[in-house]
Design a protein around this ligand. Sequence first.
Ligand code: PLP
Length: 411
Amino acid sequence: MSALWPRVRGFLWGGAKSGFALVSRPAMSKEHLIYLDNNATTQIDPAVVSEMMPFLTEFYGNPSSAYSFGARVGKSVLKARQRVASLLGCEPEEILFTSCGTESNNAAIASALAMDPDRQHVITTRVEHSAITKHCETLAKRGTEITWLGVDANGHIDLAELERAIRPDTAIVSAMWANNETGVLNPIPEIAAICHRKKTLFHTDAVQAVGKIPIKLSESPINFLSVSGHKLHCPKGVGVLYVSRRTKFHPFLIGGSQENNRRAGTENVASIVALGKACELAGDFMEHENSEVRALRDQFEAGVLEIISGATVNGDQSNRLPNTTSIAFDGIDSEAVLLVLDKYRICCSAGSACTTGSIHPSHVLKAMGFSTDRARSSLRFSFSRFNSKLDVEHALAVLPQVIAKLRKMAS
Ligand code: PLP
């Protein structure tokens, strides 16, 4: 733990008495939250709440029931399936509702391994979310062979290395569409084409990509794709696994015949309806995401690089999500910055995670070849359509002061 921590804590609790006076924040309501952590989760769109509410009150029927009260609910689940399919450019029958992105990721890999006992080799990358990495580590302990593909300093895998790694016993390749920490995009159509040519299944964790960049799955050789509702202005606890109609699926949850016998358990109707609406809105806002939201991110990033010395963007800047920037600040501890920014109601996330008192630098930034210090001095800022220019201006007014003061404390 950084030697700076006791002083940062002292500052937070002791204010000016600690010798670290509060930085000034321009005039703005003290309650206003500047939420720049939209890759962690998103604000639920009020239109999504309105759409789901009747299914928490009036329409509580079971969609599998034969009477019309149940059928009415069943129709709404079908409408949601159509809306999700429309955003992904696929058929409604290819949409499988799940409880979250993690379940979708686990289910895709489990299905591929259940397909053929002679194919028990999995290929993935070193920069995946823990919903893939931890699952693969657990599978490795049970005897599945895992090949981990590294990435370069831009965050990209080597496609020739991927091609060489695919073997006759490879069950599945899993590579994320967009990285949650850096926003770096993988060339998914090319990866899917390689897997198709080498006759192995391909799954992509598109949890961060869906709703931010256009996706069209019809005609694509992608076999499985994961979605999470709470990353696109929908409540937590609902997700999707796209299973292409060319792909056999072995259920992860066994029981009732819901989801066309592919996922047992009575449907989470209100959340499914919410996800349908959220996907419809994501389609409507796609252009906005790639113009206005991108402009907010770019304005913020350019401002940071101009005002704060020793700031460097992590990862490929030309091939990344429109809403994300990951920035390393020389000589600071990102966890300390988070604590101070919290005083100003500014939310972002650190390139490290604190578990039981010890700080782990981001596995993504480490895999990109960055030092532990650079990983520990990195912050991720992620924007959404609910952010404004005012948010950017306020963050740009506060952040440089916080970084300057923390650097002074550390020197
Ligand atoms: N995959 C990625 C890339 C993510 O960013 C996340 C969540 O942060 C997940 C998977 C897990 O999704 P969920 O929280 O819905 O389980």
